[in-house]
Design a protein around this ligand. Structure first.
Ligand SMILES: Nc1ncnc2c1ncn2[C@@H]1O[C@H](COP(=O)(O)OP(=O)(O)OP(=O)(O)O)[C@@H](O)[C@H]1O
Length: 301
């Protein structure tokens, strides 16, 4: 089901999780929605909790507190498994199987299996169908794992750094295939990656994690609209009171700041519209979540 009444691609309320061996909370108080029809960039520093969140969404882990829904269903249930595909960093494949055997297994296990997109991904990588998976390079194995995930023709595709070991040309091809899948079949994609420039053209929703919490879950264009990069004399930083300063740095007398605009700007600034990449880097560089404007603090008090 799509349209305004369709369940969200992802919805979390009070979501918390901890690994038993570790003790402390890995995810805490996560509240967010990702609407349908989006290609989502899942970003955050190493250890922020991205893989854990994707494992929960794929049904490999269970929440300790709260709830996470995928397409309106509980992850890991047969209904969710039929509609959601998760590609983890481990990319579990049978090394003794040939590529053809691997795709055949995908076909046998999935009633919605589509051979054509799966084979396309493999052929684009010049991977012989008779090659054994265990003898492929890591990048080639990534391709086969992606082929398996796409062949399932999922409604929601969860990808955990799927292209980390692919060469730049392969990355471009895979991205293009993912985009055309999303456009043709309305596939929702959540893509965890540290390669921010790749997110610029492809992603239209951002899920940004910090220390196990969700800091942003927002439309990419709204983020671009609401943020500004300011450059000016450092002695006027007081003029930024009331703005949401995400991150700033001073070099000599010059200050550069990424700001979430709240009302008119004071001071004498050179103003630039940031790319999505600039915004994400600003949030990742910040030591703490962006300060709310004082007006909001007053309301909340
Ligand atoms: N199986 C596990 N057992 C115990 N702790 C774990 C396990 N997997 C991850 N963690 C811990 O949970 C935290 C979040 O890890 P996670 O892999 O979800 O982060 P991430 O954002 O995906 O990181 P990266 O960008 O490095 O892939 C980290 O502190 C990590 O050490």
């Amino acid at each position: 089901m799509t349209g305004p009444d369709a369940p969200d691609a992802l919805r979390a309320t009070g979501l918390g999780f901890r690994y038993r061996a570790r003790g402390g909370w890995t995810l805490r108080d996560c509240e967010f929605t990702v609407p349908r029809g989006r290609i989502t960039a899942l970003v955050g520093r190493n250890g922020a909790g991205k893989s854990t969140l994707l494992h929960l969404a794929g049904g490999l882990l269970r929440p300790e507190t709260g709830e996470l829904q995928v397409l309106g269903t509980t992850p890991g249930t047969p209904q969710a498994r039929a509609r959601v595909a998760l590609l983890t960093q481990e990319k579990p494949l049978y090394p003794r199987f040939t590529v053809a055997d691997t795709l055949l297994l995908g076909r046998k296990l999935n009633s919605s299996w589509q051979q054509a997109p799966a084979e396309q991904i493999v052929r684009e990588g010049d991977i012989p169908l008779h090659a054994r998976v265990g003898e492929l390079s890591p990048g080639q194995r990534s391709r086969v794992a992606l082929a398996l995930a796409l062949g399932k023709r999922p409604e929601l595709l969860l990808l955990d750094e799927p292209m980390a070991d692919l060469d730049p040309l392969a990355r471009g091809e895979i991205m293009a295939t993912l985009m055309s899948e999303a456009a043709e079949h309305g596939t929702d994609i959540v893509l965890s990656s540290h390669v921010l420039p790749e997110m610029e053209q492809t992603c239209d929703w951002v899920l940004l994690m910090r220390d196990g919490r969700i800091e942003l879950s927002e439309d990419a264009d709204e983020l671009r609209e609401s943020h500004t990069v300011l450059t000016g004399h450092a002695d006027q930083d007081g003029a930024l009171a009331g703005q949401g300063v995400v991150h700033s740095r001073t070099s000599g007398r010059q200050m550069t700041a990424l700001v979430r605009r709240h009302g008119p700007l004071r001071g004498d600034w050179h103003v630039e519209r940031p790319r999505l990449e600039d915004i994400l880097i600003g949030y990742l560089q910040a030591d703490a979540p962006a300060r709310p404007a004082p007006a909001e603090r007053t309301e909340a008090a």
